[in-house]
Design a protein around this ligand. Structure first.
Ligand code: ADP
Ligand code: MG
Length: 873
């Protein structure tokens, strides 16, 4: 009965707390375990592979329950949060021994996907941004703020459309977005569709309002308040490391929408989801976690201002040309720990002696880093140089206080160096002396009694005692000691002197431990004051690390410094795709140039499947991104305009397989480009229209090219397998045909991967199928079908295949075979100068017909006659 009441009281407390966190798993601390109940337990057991049990199993309505030991809880919490859930950690906040009635419990932290600050190696180079969004009353202006809780980075920007907000959130790769109340329901729905967790909070005045002083407009301010309110509510801990908010301009960077970033595989391999096989993978030779994160930030936001780009370029060039100094720098950077996240942990109060030693070790590298910059003696480094405060005072402080190899725990002593604090030294002396005294006592008593294995020992229950084994008891004078305990094979004794000494030793030990902890927290708080300096240093080191990585990679992969012009001239000599090149090896990769003078707007690329069209287009986009990041580029020479945006409709290799490349997706992406591109943009459209039937596809492709050519004037690469389109160069002044070369050799297709001027004269579909090893019989059949189609449509179908058939050749086939040897045939006319005389006649008739002066039946008859005439032809 008593038990039942206790049960009920506890479950009441549980429920009360759970009600405050309905959308989180409640980890409810009982003794050494965190327990989950009810639905949390059922779902948690499944997600965490725990055994589901029940509380009060024998009652009518047993409560589902599962639990995890508190010492291994972190793994379980991370597992849930990684899957997009929230976890509320509820602790016992008073000593159960002292509690009157129910032990008090409180949620001490709400861990959410956007506030997770774990420190795994694989996430060290990735930022985890929590984003907050608000909108003004008119739903016109959006404020967006984001924070990285582990480093304290806080930024905000103002945007004028929901699409822009969504794009920014995706670019930031936020896993969680905070919105105010019921605002923004359509955004919320979109986010949820993308698997991004949406949390709610109300912006409220915050304690450290000065953090938001840099945010000028009211939506920005509200976004900042919303975010900080949420962080304060969920984290319930010291956030001294949060940096003053910085306002940024999203459109001061090269814009790449989410699709383009994804398709170009800038940071994430489409197939594996990993960094390997991406531009980031090639570029990342950073030595610090901070540098790794900064590199990703630069990659997400290439620059627009030539001066800014050129400043980075000059630094890269200097580092590239100074091999020896660069290596010295790299060696120093290797020993710099994650200063940003250390600063965060110092603020949270979660650091131990080892963390502080990591800080000191890192700081010790800074003079070496500065020495390298001194030697380079380049004025461009001045800005970076002044960020490199070596925090000598902090380093001295740590080195004076902390032993060189401190233990993990900060409460069990052994952290503080001798000589740091007089009182501590005294306690330690006392402990030390006491221990000597015990050793002396043991020696002395062995001698006095002649019992050689007599020992002075210690346990928690009896403290210090003298132990004599049973066999030796006879040698012990009757009342030399007083007995405290009898064991099976030994007796334990004490003496008044031993008791007195014990008191002194224990006291000294206890006092020294608590004094050490006190000294440690004092030191930590003192260093906490210096967090902004640590953060500034971290920023400088991160940039320097990225620049050395650029230099190193540019040297290793033979990149060159690109130049920029404002005349819309694009000229890349022997460019390479940086990722494909590293996969294939420089010997295998065929470099390709690209030239678009100020007048050229559209390059129409034809060529067989698998010849390298997509690779060529991607190559250009990656070179542009690299150039505008301030990195060198894979080419022999490169001159580029500065692009404001890049749009791509590039099917991934597996796009078709996954059925994702629906016509709708293609059209949406194309539309995005048509709506927002400017004459300074780069548009890459890869085989647009292949998601629909041929005629639709050709028609739309042609109309889109014309539209870009006539109205947008953006530099555009358009690859196509619609041969018909190659005639567009006759109508469109700023369009040029290029093709990827391939030759046929002994009935096999050999790809040259080489871009050449003019349209391709063949589309080798069936040959590619042969290369892929399809059965001969099938290939012959394909050829027959093709010939039929050609005959029926009277269309110019150029596919050709070596004949192995013994069947008598149809005229078409023979014709086709001859075509292989002959120069490319003239394709079907599209412009009026090439119309047949009947067609011309009819067009004239249509133009001149007076529609209003005729009855519907007369018109019908007219159309019928026209049709007859055309069919006769
Ligand atoms: P397409 O788009 O014309 O079908 P891709 O661009 O997808 O062809 O290229 C097909 C394959 O050809 C690539 O996976 C790559 O292995 C190879 N390739 C493409 N371009 C080159 C090149 N310049 N040098 C060497 N190999 C290339
Ligand atoms: Mg392709």
């Amino acid at each position: 009965m008593v038990k039942a009441t206790k049960n009920t009281a506890m479950m009441e407390q549980y429920q009360k707390i759970k009600d405050q966190y309905p959308d989180a798993f409640l980890f409810y601390r009982i003794g050494d375990f965190y327990e989950l109940f009810n639905d949390d337990a059922v779902k948690g057991a499944q997600l965490l592979e725990l055994t589901l049990t029940a509380r009060n199993r024998n009652a009518d309505d047993p409560i589902p329950m599962c639990g995890v030991p508190h010492h291994s809880a972190q793994n379980y919490i991370d597992t849930l949060v990684d899957q997009g859930y929230k976890v509320a950690i509820c602790e016992q906040v008073e000593d159960p021994k002292l509690a009157k009635g129910m032990v008090k419990r409180e949620v001490v932290q709400l861990v959410t996907p956007g506030t997770q600050t774990d420190n795994h190696a694989e996430t060290a180079k990735v930022n985890n941004y929590l984003t907050g969004v608000v909108v003004d009353e008119n739903q016109h202006q959006f404020g967006l703020a984001y924070i990285e809780l582990s480093t304290g980075e806080l930024k905000a920007c103002q945007l004028d459309s929901q699409d822009a907000v969504l794009n920014e959130i995706i670019n930031l790769n936020s896993k969680e977005v905070v919105v105010a109340g019921e605002q923004l329901t359509s955004l919320t729905a979109q986010l949820e569709k993308l698997g991004i967790l949406v949390s709610h909070a109300e912006p409220a005045p915050i304690a450290n309002e000065q953090l938001l002083a840099g945010l000028r407009s009211s939506v920005l301010h509200q976004a900042g308040e919303l975010l900080l309110t949420y962080v304060t509510e969920t984290q319930k801990r010291n956030l001294a490391h949060i940096q003053p908010a910085v306002q940024y301009q999203p459109n001061s960077f090269l814009k790449l929408d989410h699709n383009s970033q994804y398709n170009l595989e800038l940071t994430k391999n489409i197939r594996t989801g990993k960094k390997a096989g991406t531009l980031l993978g090639v570029l990342d030779d950073t030595k610090t976690a901070m540098g790794g994160r900064k590199l990703k930030q630069w990659l997400d936001r290439p620059l627009l201002q030539p001066q800014q780009i050129e400043t980075r370029q000059r630094l890269v060039k200097t580092l590239l040309e100074h091999y020896y100094e660069r290596n010295e720098l790299r060696e120093a950077l290797v020993q710099v720990y994650d200063l940003e996240r250390l600063a965060g942990r110092i603020a949270f109060g979660g650091v131990n002696g080892r963390d502080l030693m990591q800080l000191a070790t890192s700081l010790a590298q800074i003079p070496k880093v500065k020495h390298v910059l001194d030697e380079l003696d380049t004025p461009e480094f001045a800005d970076l140089y002044q960020q490199l405060d070596d925090l000598h005072d902090v380093k001295e402080l740590i080195e004076a206080a902390i032993v060189s190899e401190p233990p993990i725990s900060v409460t069990e002593g052994g952290v503080i160096k001798p000589g740091y604090n007089e009182k501590l030294d005294q306690y330690r002396d006392a402990m030390q002396n006491g221990k000597h005294w015990l050793a002396d006592l043991e020696a002395q008593e062995r001698q006095a009694t002649g019992i050689n294995n007599l020992k002075v020992k210690y346990n928690r229950v009896f403290g210090y005692f003298i132990e004599v084994s049973k066999v030796n008891l006879a040698k012990l004078p009757e009342d030399r000691y007083s007995r405290v305990q009898t064991l099976a094979n030994a007796e334990r004794f004490t003496t008044p002197e031993l008791k007195a000494k014990e008191t002194i030793i224990m006291e000294a030990q206890e006092k020294s431990q608590s004094l050490e902890y006190e000294l440690f927290t004092q030191l930590r708080d003192q260093i906490k004051q210096e967090i902004p300096r640590v953060q500034k240093l971290a920023g400088g080191i991160a940039s320097l690390d990225v620049l050395q990585s650029f230099a190193h990679v540019s040297e290793r992969n033979q990149f060159v410094q690109p130049t920029f012009n404002t005349e819309h001239r694009l000229q890349i000599t022997n460019g390479r795709h940086p990722v494909v090149e590293t996969v294939l090896g420089p010997q295998e990769y065929v470099p390709n140039s690209i030239e678009m003078d100020p007048e050229t707007q559209v390059l129409l690329i034809t060529g067989p499947n698998m010849s390298g069209k997509s690779t060529y287009m991607r190559q250009l986009a990656l070179i542009v991104v690299l150039a505008q990041m301030g990195c060198f580029v894979p080419a022999e020479a490169a001159e580029l305009p500065i692009f404001d945006q890049i749009f791509t409709r590039i099917g991934a290799a597996d796009d078709l397989i996954s059925g994702k490349s629906t016509f709708m997706v293609e059209m949406k992406e194309a539309n995005q480009a048509l709506q927002t591109a400017t004459s300074d943009s780069l548009i890459l459209l890869d085989e647009l229209g292949r998601g629909t039937s041929t005629y639709d596809g050709v028609a739309l492709a042609q109309a889109i090219i014309e539209y870009i050519h006539n109205y947008i004037h953006a530099k555009t690469l358009f690859s196509t397998h619609y041969h018909e389109l190659t005639d567009l160069d006759q109508e469109l002044k700023h369009l040029q045909n290029i093709h990827v070369g391939a030759v046929e050799k002994d009935g096999q297709l050999v790809f040259l991967h080489k871009i050449m001027p003019g349209p391709a004269d063949k589309s080798y579909g069936i040959n590619v199928a042969r290369l892929a090893g399809l059965p001969d019989q099938l290939l012959e059949r394909a050829q027959t079908v093709l010939d039929q189609l050609e005959a029926e449509n009277g269309q110019h179908v150029t596919t050709q295949v070596r004949q192995s058939s013994q069947e008598p050749d149809t005229p078409t086939k023979t014709e086709k075979q001859l075509e292989l040897l002959a120069p490319a045939p003239q394709p079907q006319p599209v412009n009026s100068s090439k119309l047949t005389s009947t067609e011309k006649q009819l067009l004239k008739a249509i133009k001149q017909t007076d529609l209003m002066g005729k009855t519907p039946l007369e018109l019908m008859n007219l159309v019928y006659q026209w049709q007859q005439q055309l069919r006769k032809d």
